[in-house]
Design a protein around this ligand. Structure first.
Ligand code: XLS
Ligand code: NI
Ligand code: NI
Length: 450
């Protein structure tokens, strides 16, 4: 069951959201901004609860560490529970507040980077100690609330030591440090019962090819992943490994640029069985793809793992990481997800941040409520599309020439160029084509989106 367990004990920290009600389902006619209009965790859709289908997850980095700062201005969001220092005590307190927030919201999962939750120390030993001190609190809070870890990850891009990359750095020590960091990151993820571990290679790429040995860097990246797989086995961590594609930003080119590039890399290095993909809507847009495309590409290789739910702004060319609100987009995402059997270890992970101008804690609630409702509505629309079946039927019919005759012979490998030439010489020309009916199908989708 992915649903959140009943609150067992009160939070050990002062309650910061006492004026905010428990967010619950009130239905589509409600005008209450503190309620779900569509997300009804216990409601059954195709025999599974909405909570089980959607597996919502809150990210620590944007939601509890986002400051609203951008390239042109400092942060706008000093949270009332933060004292503005990078102390371990402040990090421990923040962790408790984060769980108060998630309890109110009712999401069953969360996700974090090692460096979001605990500050770096003056050396690796101290850093690991800091991490342990905060993980201890996270463990208590997870036990108290029943909220589970969707995945953990290591931040291999923020510290200046990774300026040239981590696993793909020209500096072998940076590789070694990254390995030590991921080792520890995997250990704490394992300790917290994490369902997965994600690799997003923010600096695994280049800003100019003039100084880059591309082949050597890619070989190093493969080595790094192989070591991770080996260590995973060694410690008995059963979670799923994910690679998260993104084409650029902060680098000019990121090696894991899109689903196809990741799949090629994994296949070439014999790693496809060990990894799935964690796809993000805004990254798909930056790669010049739709999320729909990325999901189909990953799923057809059996590598659809988890989703970082957000959206970009079509007017802006960077990763704005906005909360998803488009029902059209969430409907196609949920349709594709269900077409391929839904999540196993993955979930809908809100890798999204409130705008710089939305600087109050209340905005964090509105953002997540909206995102969860957009996905719940997408889920219902997807289920309606599936129940109706016209879309599946149309696609099946479109390919029916492959079900028998020459099509079936080609698929079965019974014929080659010689036989096909004989077949066509005899037939003279092809059977008439039929319409692709794009407009008709688009109209049909709009019948469900009401
Ligand atoms: C950045 C990525 C990052 C990953 C986790 O663009 O989305 O947040 O999800 O490292
Ligand atoms: Ni992401
Ligand atoms: Ni992103």
């Amino acid at each position: 069951m992915a649903t959140i367990k009943k609150k067992r004990t009160a939070s050990a920290a002062k309650e910061y959201f006492s004026k905010i009600p428990q967010i619950s389902y009130e239905g589509p006619t409600s005008k209450n901004p503190w309620a779900f209009k569509w997300y009804n965790p216990e409601e059954l859709v195709e025999g599974k609860t909405m909570a089980e289908h959607l597996r919502f997850s809150v990210v620590y980095w944007h939601t509890f560490r986002g400051t609203g700062g951008d390239q042109f201005g400092m942060g706008t969001m000093l949270r009332p529970w933060d004292d503005g220092t990078e102390s371990v005590e402040n990090a421990q307190k923040r962790m408790r507040i984060a769980f108060q927030f998630m309890e109110k919201l009712g999401n069953p999962f969360w996700a974090f980077h090692d460096r979001d939750i605990a500050p770096e120390g003056s050396n690796l030993r101290q850093t690991n100690k800091n991490l342990d001190a905060v993980v201890k609190v996270a463990k208590e809070e997870m036990k108290r609330t029943g909220i589970k870890l969707l995945w953990g990850t290591s931040n291999l891009f923020g510290n200046p030591r990774y300026m040239h990359g981590a696993a793909t750095s020209c500096n072998a020590d940076a590789f070694a440090f990254a390995a030590a960091q991921v080792k520890k990151g995997m250990e704490v993820t394992h300790e917290l019962g994490g369902g997965g571990f994600t690799f997003w290679g923010g600096r695994e790429g280049y800003t100019t090819l003039l100084n880059t040995d591309l082949k050597r860097e890619l070989d190093h990246l493969a080595k790094f992943f192989k070591m991770a797989v080996e260590y995973k086995k060694e410690i008995g961590f059963k979670g799923q490994f994910y690679i998260e594609p993104k084409p650029k930003e902060p680098t000019k080119h990121q090696y894991d640029s899109d689903a196809a590039a990741c799949l090629n890399f994994l296949r070439q290095n014999g790693l496809l069985k060990d990894f799935k993909l964690n796809l993000e809507t805004n990254h798909a847009m930056l790669a010049g793809h739709t999320m729909h495309h990325e999901m189909e590409t990953a799923a057809s290789a059996g590598a659809l793992g988890s989703l970082d739910a957000n959206t970009g702004d079509p007017m802006l060319g960077w990763d704005t990481d906005q909360f998803p609100t488009s029902i059209y987009e969430t409907s196609l995402i949920m349709y594709t997800l269900m077409k391929y059997g839904g999540f196993t270890t993955g979930g809908v992970n809100f890798d999204a941040k409130v705008r710089r101008e939305s600087f109050t804690p209340e905005d964090l609630f509105f953002a997540h409520i909206g995102g969860m409702d957009a996905f719940a509505r997408g889920l219902k629309i997807a289920a309606a599309m599936r129940a109706d079946g016209r879309l599946v039927e149309f696609v099946k019919d479109r390919y029916s020439s492959w079900d028998s005759g020459i099509g079936a012979d080609i698929e079965k490998g019974k014929v080659g160029f010689k036989e096909l030439s004989e077949y066509m010489l005899k037939k003279g020309n092809i059977a008439p084509n039929s319409s692709g009916r794009q407009e008709f199908l688009e109209n049909m989708i709009n019948e469900y989106i009401m």
